[in-house]
Every structure is written in structure tokens, then in C-alpha cells.
Design a protein around this ligand. Structure first.
Ligand code: MN
Length: 134
């Protein structure tokens, strides 16, 4: 058993992976016995991930605010607290806050054999982001 007290500093999302200000609190970190990674990710209005994929897929569960997500080739979708989204392994996608709202989601996935959680691509352009969500 290992208790981690609420003492770990929130980290800022790296600029290579995000547009806008994003803050990350770790919930579960992979260890020798578990591949599970979980984070609480806080997006400021307009902030979003870059396009990316996860080797074993990813579930996000929206806990606060109003958000958006999109898979490559699909429409931009509005997501709300209580909604969960599963992105298939290798499915290119992004997720983030709505333009005028904060959004927080839990992000859960399993890393691959090499500890890799995601493969990152280009940033989501304003034109892509500003499509009318369905
Ligand atoms: Mn993702």
C-alpha cells in the first residue's frame, strides 16, 4: 500500500502537446505491476490537445465545464459533465475546453510495453477548433 498525499504540484501541459493553458494533476501513475495511468486534466477556455493517438486507447470522463472532442474525419462533438468518450487504439483525435468555458476531464489509459501513452501530431488549428459542434 502506498498513500500519496495531496501534495504533488499541478503541472502545466507541455506546449508541444497543447494549445492554450492546461493543468494536469496525476491520479494514477504506471508502476511495475500496473499499466494504468489516470490524470485530472484542467483546460482553460479555448485550450485543447494537439492531434494524437493512444496505443491502447483512452477513456475521458468529463467532470466539470463544457468541452469538445473530435476524431479525424468526424465532426466536432460537444461533451458535458457525466459524458465519457472512448478513443480506439490508434484513433487520431483531440479533446479540450469549449471556447468560452473551462473543462476538466479524467483521462485514463494503459501505457504500452515501452511505457508510451500517446503519439503526438500537429496542433489543432483555430479553423478546425472553431467548427460548429454537433
Ligand atoms: Mn487523447
Amino acid at each position: 500500500m502506498q498513500i500519496t498525499r495531496n501534495s504533488i504540484a499541478t503541472s502545466a501541459g507541455p506546449r508541444e502537446w497543447f494549445t492554450g493553458a492546461v493543468y494536469i494533476d496525476t491520479v494514477a501513475a504506471p508502476s511495475a505491476g500496473s499499466r494504468l495511468s489516470a490524470s485530472s486534466v484542467h483546460f482553460t477556455p479555448g485550450a485543447r490537445t494537439a492531434w494524437h493517438t493512444h496505443p491502447n486507447g483512452q477513456t475521458i470522463y468529463v467532470t466539470e465545464g463544457a468541452g469538445l472532442c473530435q476524431r479525424r474525419g468526424g465532426p466536432v462533438e460537444a461533451i458535458r459533465p457525466g459524458d465519457r468518450v472512448f478513443f480506439e487504439p490508434g484513433e487520431e483525435h483531440w479533446h479540450g475546453a469549449a471556447p468560452n468555458r473551462f473543462m476538466t476531464h479524467l483521462a485514463m489509459f494503459e501505457v504500452d510495453d515501452n511505457g508510451v501513452s500517446a503519439t503526438w501530431g500537429e496542433h489543432v488549428t483555430d479553423e478546425e477548433y472553431n467548427q460548429q459542434p454537433v
